[in-house]
Design a protein. Structure first.
Length: 882
RNA sequence: GGGAGCAUAGCUCAGUUGGUUUAGAGCAUCUGCCUUACAAGCAGAGGGUCGGGGGUUCGACUCCCUCUGCUCCCACCA
């Protein structure tokens, strides 16, 4: 078969993916083999593939394919996440574009739209993963809102409620005025934001609600909330303000009288030392308010607009209101001054809206006990974080965790299974009929229509924290006492989890909690935390910057194998990835290299009568050993999750050792056939190499492996055993390396003397050069070799380690140039010798350093001496010749 | 404000209990080659003293201190 000179991935990738699917090679069922399990970090159901997914899923796939080839029963469970806030937002926007407002729909109508959207756009990302070559067990695809997974979520809620871990209460929560829901502390991103610090005059009341001419100054960043002020607070130690004790001040503009209170919370050295206390709109103020029994006046509505309780600027957005009220304050003579001020402001992770601290009734999960166990799981090493540095971060979070606000004021998600009785009492049950039964125990007269289910849904992470359990067995979540089904018993705990550090707490920590709670075991053994994919300039990939390429375009252009390799090239664990298309080009080039090596080898004609040349015999022997050496290295890298190192080791083995040296050493002369022994060894090496490359570049390796020999239907490289290392002869590897260095030395001479590679040269060797490797030198350098003898003063000289090599060069050399070169060489060696001797003459070094280290220095000294001796000899000979 | 981490060739990174290396790789660069697998290639070359300073040690890129710069995480000083 004639193969084209350039590899075209488009011709192979879809074909082999279809073949893998048809044969169900990705599908796993429990059997007697050791399982290897990974659950996918479920992407948003409406998401599309971005570079972060490519990195993450390539790593996942490499691990899964490697494990599969190691003979394990590999299972990679795919699926998607319902992502309540993000998806609901998208649906709301889509409806808005059609002129439909969410407020005009019933819950049922809205959910119908949402499900339609999900059916239409959901799972696009999963089909995109197929293009990448992901070997997921698609028969096991799950969605966090599948009926059975939802049921598990509900049961989990009921379980924790009954355990006393879930409570409902009015708390200051992070309100997202765009998403119209509370979000958890973890979903708030603090960003330093430039704003103004407004210094406002509050006039002292005369006791009848009229201002006196005295005033105090308070500093605030939020003047639009003054109408909700409940008091002005000073530090009791602050002598500047002792005269204020017991007096009252008037809120500007609305002239409402509020008391002066004292609380040591107020810092005397910050602002003016006077704090306006606004319990409804600030967490600290709320706490002060509680201590001092202050009334709570909420003047901001769901959308972040001032409500009628504000009395003024009613209906205005909080930021518009701020601008306007500043002007009003200025006109009223209440604005002392304003200055620029930078302070951290909370933003919603999902909508980027400025978070409004707001009091509301929410459901919470107590975290203390769960976090304690989850911390222990990592501290004890039951779960390993890779890289290790995340342990510190993890510990810090777990030790300072606060209760998890799990309710969301949304419709898309699992509705909280709490049912209210007409009198306000609440019952929690998995479904309506159970709830009714419970309610009837309280009041036998109640009927189903008397119960009102909580309107809120649960935080998305309240379903994804069950993922490693619920994808196998939805019954176990919420029922720790239940028997596991066969799948869960076999696949749980999973082995490795590959994900980004940004969801270490959102997701990873909580999965560990759920695992400990329901399975009494952690959900995975290793967590490999990838970096964030950034552009060349170090900027995060983002839609608005337009610096994120579409992975599918890249796959079209370069092929999935190239994209995979390109991403892996620069991905050491935990470090951010600076993405550059040139890496993917490098991946494509490697594909092409493999392709062409294959063309070369399979283009050879086997000549049964030909004897194996010496050079080939040595090369075969060497490569066999080299292969084992590199396999050992690769296995070591894999065991430490050093994927890019493993990749580079394989890359160099193939490109440098196999192509540049081995194939050149065994390549038959033009028009000649190759002997059978060499050919068979070469094919066998190629076979091993393809298997080693396969987890990284699955498509091209399958294509070539299938072409390499007659394959039976249903055979695939992905189910072959990964090559195993045998004991190897390091001496032989060194001998061959010396041959390569000798060849390079000759080539160097040719280059500097402008000698054609076709012109055979003579090499004279002085020293202990490994005999076995000589045939390789002869062939690849196009030389004859012999012992050094006669007058070599005009020969070109180079060294291979401690062996001297001469290429006689009568009349061709510039004596002065050579002398200068040798003298430079000599000076360098002399300096080196001095430094070694300085060390050796240091008694304390000789006395304290381990013997092996001293021996190395002595060897350096001896080698250096012998080099100096031979350089000097050549130098003298050269000088005598002029 | 608290905590963590990083700083090694032009770029991206290795350097695994301080000593088999007067520092390694890939890419990029330069030189010469369209040599009968591959110009998405081949052959060769140059390039850093390991952010600055101090210390410990017989010996430090590797440990300690400090300064500088950057990154990330956490955080209710209005």
């Amino acid at each position: 078969m004639e193969l084209p000179a350039k590899y075209d991935p488009a011709l192979t990738e879809d074909k082999w993916y279809a073949y893998w699917l048809e044969n169900k090679f990705f599908h796993s069922e429990p059997d007697e083999r050791e399982p290897y399990t990974i659950v996918i970090p479920p992407p948003n159901v409406t998401g599309i593939l971005h570079m972060g997914h490519v990195l993450n899923n390539t790593l996942n796939d490499v691990l899964v394919r490697k494990a599969r080839m190691d003979g394990k029963n590999a299972c990679w469970v795919p699926g998607t996440d319902h992502a309540s806030i993000a998806t609901e937002n998208k649906v709301v926007q889509k409806l808005a574009s059609e002129g439909i407002r969410k407020e005009d729909l019933t819950r049922e109508q809205f959910l119908q739209h949402a499900w339609e959207w999900k059916e239409k756009h959901g799972g696009i990302i999963l089909s995109q993963l197929r293009k990448l070559g992901a070997s997921c067990d698609w028969d096991r695809t799950k969605f966090t809102m599948d009926p059975d997974l939802s049921e598990a979520v509900i049961n989990t809620f009921v379980y924790f409620y009954n355990k006393g871990y879930i409570y409902r209460g009015v708390r200051m929560v992070n309100w997202d005025p765009v998403g119209l829901t509370a979000v958890s502390d973890e979903e708030v991103i603090h960003k330093d934001t430039v704003s103004k610090f407004y210094h406002l005059r509050y006039f002292i009341s005369d006791g009848n609600g009229n201002p006196t001419d005295k005033y105090i100054i308070i500093a605030t960043t939020r003047p639009e909330t003054i109408m909700a002020d409940a008091a002005i607070c000073i530090n009791p130690e602050d002598e500047r303000y002792h005269w204020l004790k017991g007096r009252k001040v008037l809120i500007p503009l609305i002239n409402k009288e509020i008391p002066i209170i004292e609380d040591s919370y107020v810092a005397m050295d910050f602002g003016t030392g006077c704090l306006k206390v606004t319990p409804a709109h600030d967490v600290n103020d709320y706490e002060i308010g509680m201590r001092h029994n202050l009334p709570v006046l909420d003047i901001i509505d769901d959308h972040g607009r001032l409500n009628e309780k504000a009395q003024i600027l009613v209906g205005e957005d909080r930021f518009d209101a701020r601008k306007k009220i500043v002007k009003m304050l200025e006109e009223a003579g209440n604005l002392e001054k304003m200055e620029d001020y930078t302070s951290p402001i909370g933003y919603s992770e999902r909508t980027n809206a400025v978070i409004e601290p707001r009091l509301s009734m929410q459901w919470f999960l107590k975290m203390e006990a769960l976090a304690k166990d989850a911390l222990e799981s990592v501290e004890s090493g039951k779960v390993k974080l890779i890289p290790d540095k995340y342990r510190n971060t993890y510990r810090h979070w777990m030790e300072n965790v606060r209760d998890w606000c799990i309710s969301r004021q949304l419709w898309w998600g699992q509705r909280i299974p709490a049912y209210y009785l007409p009198d306000g009492q609440v019952v929690v049950a998995s479904n309506e009929s159970e709830a009714l039964a419970m309610a009837q125990k309280i009041d036998a007269a109640l009927t189903a229509s008397d119960l009102r289910q909580d309107e809120d849904v649960l935080d998305t992470w309240f379903s994804s924290w069950l993922w490693p359990i619920s994808v196998f067995d939805t019954n176990k979540a919420g029922h720790p006492e239940a028997e596991s089904n066969a799948d869960l018993a076999y696949y749980y705990p999973t082995n490795d989890l590959v994900t980004g550090p940004d969801i270490l707490f959102f997701w990873v920590a909580r999965m560990i909690m759920a695992g400990n709670e329901f399975m009494n075991d952690v959900p995975f053994r290793n967590v490999y935390l990838t970096g964030i994919v950034r552009d060349k300039l170090g900027r995060k990939m983002s839609k608005t910057l337009g610096n994120s390429p579409d992975p599918l375009d890249l796959i079209d252009k370069y092929g999935a194998d190239a994209v995979r390799l390109g991403m892996l090239l620069c991905s050491s664990a935990g470090n951010d990835i600076l993405y550059d298309e040139s890496q993917i080009e490098q991946g494509r080039n490697f594909n092409n290299k493999v392709w062409n090596a294959f063309r070369l080898v399979t283009g050879w004609n086997v000549d049964d009568s030909a004897a194996q040349p010496e050079a080939s015999a040595v090369a075969v022997e060497w490569f066999d050993n080299k292969l084992s050496q590199v396999i050992e290295t690769v296995e070591d890298h894999f065991s430490k999750f050093r994927i890019s190192d493993a990749l580079m080791a394989i890359y160099k083995l193939f490109w440098d050792d196999f192509c540049a040296w081995y194939l050149e050493a065994v390549k038959p002369a033009y028009g000649c056939g190759i002997d059978k022994a060499t050919y068979e060894s070469t094919i066998s090496f190629f076979d091993s190499l393809l298997k080693m490359i396969h987890p990284i570049m699955p498509f091209i390796t399958e294509e070539l492996w299938q072409n390499m020999a007659e394959r039976k239907p249903g055979e695939t490289i992905m189910n072959q055993r990964y090559p195993q290392a045998k004991p190897y002869d390091a001496g032989l590897i060194t001998a061959f390396e010396m041959a390569c260095e000798a060849v390079a030395g000759v080539r160097n001479v040719r280059q500097s003397k402008n000698l054609s590679p076709r012109e055979a040269l003579e090499v004279k060797i002085k020293g202990d050069f490994p005999e076995v490797a000589l045939p390789v030198v002869v062939k690849l350098a196009n030389v004859t070799v012999g012992k050094a003898d006669g007058d070599l003063s005009t020969a070109q000289r180079f060294m291979v380690r401690t062996v001297e090599m001469f290429i006689p060069m009568s009349g061709l050399i510039n004596v002065e140039e050579e002398i200068a070169k040798l003298e430079a060489d000599l000076a360098y060696q002399q300096k080196f010798l001095d430094s070694v001797r300085k060390k050796l003459s240091n008694e304390r070094f000789v006395a304290n350093a381990p013997e092996a280290v001293v021996a190395v220095e002595r060897k350096k000294e001896a080698d250096s001496l012998s080099k100096i001796e031979s350089i000097t000899a050549s130098l003298n000979a050269l000088k005598n010749s002029r």
